[in-house]
Design a protein around this ligand. Structure first.
Ligand code: GLA
Length: 409
């Protein structure tokens, strides 16, 4: 009898210890969710806080009817301000007027279109738009998102006084893990605490800068903070490319293509550069009413293929000559993408002589001496000779020439 009591006590004790083990968290993101940069749409750049379920549904419809889905765009992401209040048990609810059918019904709708739904929260007490943040509710919110059928979470960094970024983002990763639904985690910490140094195992993409502003080459000074034009954001990517790769991407912010602040030429350049940077391609315009030019840019499958190349190497600035910058990106199978960008407000003529280049990050070699590459112009969509002759072209102000190099057999 005595032996039985001891045995029972031992089992109870061991059980307590093993339950204690359950509190060990898994701080590692779900793998294999973003092996190429995520592609989708987000409400913020165009609509800011003016979001509701009808608009989101229409955007999902437009994603399909415009050919965006066919071009590879998958995520429909609701940014800030979808929130209502927390209930007496702490569960978050969407704004009952703007999302009266509830998030589960919206996710079902988006899924029925073959697309995925993203949502937004914040590591602090409140979002940047003053809605309830997830601080202290991380596990509850992650569980709620999983129950709703959410596929992507953008997690912002406003009102986080006293928090350390790495720990705060690891907490939401552990919460998403615990909730069990594979959800892409977009770390939106603006690069302040160098997320590229700790984010690889925590999230799938991390913002490298403050917010983009809808201009090509300007800074918008809001007083206590600034937002940045396309060229300013580009210059801030310096030194970060070695941190990006399949499953973990530098995020220079969502696209402004088609939002009115850029000319057609500038939209084309913006999109080409984001492709070269292996950046997430998250459109930020009104897909329901975009112009033919905007649609042609966003759905250029050959430029998208540069961005989505499975090798997953972020491009690099190779050289600069009289305002024409040359960007290179190694591709799977020995090919390369080359983007010539005219940063000047004047037209520029240039000549580019093909010379050997070794990428110090990927160790890939572009060797026009030992290999002849055929050239294809990805905006004119036509063959453009070979690397046996130099490239000679004139670029309009802020224009690009994007070539795909394929080794000739
Ligand atoms: C921050 C983010 C933006 C957007 C807004 C929403 O500024 O960086 O991308 O999500 O918050 O309030």
């Amino acid at each position: 009898m005595k032996k039985l009591v001891v045995l029972a006590l031992t089992i109870i004790t061991l059980n307590c210890y093993s339950q204690g083990d359950n509190y060990k968290q898994n701080y590692k993101k779900f793998e294999d969710l973003a092996l190429t940069p995520p592609m989708g749409w987000n409400s913020w750049n165009k609509f800011a806080c003016n979001v509701d379920e009808n608009m989101i549904k229409q955007m999902a419809d437009a994603m399909v009817t415009t050919g965006m889905k066919d071009a590879g765009y998958t995520y429909i992401n609701i940014d800030d301000c979808w929130h209502g209040n927390r209930d007496s048990l702490g569960f978050i609810h969407p704004d009952p007027k703007r999302f009266s059918s509830g998030m589960k019904a919206l996710a079902d709708y988006v899924h029925s279109k073959g697309l995925k739904l993203g949502i937004y929260s914040d590591a602090g007490s409140q979002t940047c738009g003053g809605r309830p943040g997830s601080r202290g509710y991380e596990f509850q919110d992650a569980m709620t998102y999983a129950q709703w059928g959410i596929d992507y979470l953008k997690y912002d960094w406003c009102n986080t006084e006293g928090l350390k970024a790495e720990g705060a983002y690891k907490t939401i990763t552990a919460a998403l893990r615990k909730a069990g639904r594979p959800i892409v985690l977009s770390i939106c910490e603006w690069g302040t605490d160098k997320p590229w140094t700790w984010g690889q195992s925590v999230g799938h993409l991390w913002r490298t800068t403050g917010d983009i502003y809808d201009c090509f080459d300007c800074i918008n000074d809001h007083g206590s903070w600034k937002s940045w034009g396309v060229m300013q954001i580009l210059d801030k990517q310096e030194g970060l490319r070695q941190y990006a790769g399949p499953g973990h991407w530098n995020d220079p912010d969502m696209l402004e293509v088609g939002n009115g602040g850029l000319s057609v030429t500038e939209n084309k350049a913006h999109f080409s550069i984001w492709a070269m940077l292996a950046s997430p391609l998250i459109a930020g315009n009104d897909l329901r009413s975009m112009s033919a030019d905007t649609k042609a840019i966003l759905t250029n499958k050959e430029v998208i293929a540069i961005n989505q190349d499975p090798l997953g190497v972020q491009g690099f600035k190779h050289s600069m000559k009289d305002s024409v910058h040359t960007w290179l990106k190694p591709l799977k199978g020995g090919g390369w993408a080359v983007c010539f960008l005219n940063r000047s407000v004047l037209p520029k003529s240039f000549q580019y002589d093909w010379t050997p280049v070794i990428d110090t990050v990927s160790k890939r070699e572009l060797n026009p001496k030992s290999t002849v590459y055929t050239l294809r112009d990805l905006w004119l969509k036509k063959e453009a000779g070979t690397t046996e002759k130099p490239v000679k072209a004139t670029l309009a102000p802020h224009d690009v020439l994007v070539l795909r190099l394929t080794p000739k057999k």
